[in-house]
Design a binder for this molecule. Structure first.
Ligand SMILES: [Zn+2]
Length: 265
């Protein structure tokens, strides 16, 4: 046996600097971002096949082998992921990465998602028109994110006009697969309360893309993040405030998360 290296702990503590969980919860309430938190699950449909691959026909995971469930409100403190020695060691700069801290009761798992309820970003993608009046959001046939709106006071022909915009650009393909007509929200299509495209106006005008024809769309959506890593796992501590003996207390957990538009979906 080698030499044991046991430190000497003082018999009497000199005073404690406990993490103030009440102050933290108050900061979370006052300053935390309002998000919708969804938990990640592996889909059990993969058990049905010999090679344990997800079922392409699965209505729950759509063949992805994973899905998200139990959406609920949460408040989250977020700070930017800085370029650091750590990120240099990872070997890449991670655009869209943040550190997020939830309440101790709301402990997200890896690949959980959370969506900022009051902020918007711009997203662009190419889709094919589906049959029917409404093109619902969500993979594989709809927009990746529910389309949300932004209300701005704009200069419309010299007059200040409060304007609500969902889609800033849309253009459909024509003969030979080349882009042709640009389409306008309110003239050729509308967006409903669920964030889905409604083609009623364009179908009546004859301007909407025919079923199967591709179109590009640029729209506002709420930014969605995916939890990638626990930044600090060991946070729980013993707290003695106004108590004769110290008490084990769960602490808020700090996560590394990233805008999921940078990730496969
Ligand atoms: Zn499945």
């Amino acid at each position: 046996m080698g030499m044991t290296l046991q430190p000497v702990y003082p018999t009497k503590s000199l005073g404690r600097a406990d993490f103030d969980i009440k102050a933290y919860m108050s900061a979370l309430k006052d300053k935390g971002y309002h998000v919708t938190w969804e938990q990640h699950a592996e889909c059990p449909c993969s058990d049905a096949t010999d090679d344990h691959q997800p079922l392409v026909t699965c209505p729950v995971c759509l063949g992805r082998g994973e899905y998200w469930h139990t959406p609920q409100d949460a408040r989250v403190l977020m700070t930017r992921f800085e370029y650091s020695e750590v990120s240099k060691n990872i070997g890449e700069f991670m655009p869209g990465a943040v550190y997020a801290t939830f309440a101790p009761e709301q402990l997200p798992g890896i690949r959980d998602r959370f969506t900022l309820q009051n902020s918007v970003i711009v997203y662009t993608e190419t889709l094919e028109r589906v049959a029917g009046t409404t093109q619902a959001h969500g993979r594989p046939t709809g927009t990746r994110y529910p389309i949300t709106s932004r209300t701005m006071t704009l200069n419309v022909a010299g007059t200040s006009t409060e304007t609500t915009v969902h889609v800033t650009y849309m253009r459909k393909n024509g003969a030979g697969g080349y882009p042709t007509t640009e389409l306008t929200e309110g003239t050729d299509f509308t967006i409903d309360a669920s964030g889905d495209i409604v083609w009623t106006l364009g179908d009546a005008l004859g301007t909407a893309p025919a079923v199967g024809v591709a179109f590009t769309i640029t729209y506002f959506c709420n930014p969605r993040y995916m939890v990638l890593d626990y930044a600090h796992v060991v946070r729980d501590t013993h707290i003695k405030e106004k108590k004769p003996t110290s008490e084990y207390t769960a602490m808020p957990s700090n996560m590394l998360a990233r805008l999921d538009l940078y990730l496969e979906n």
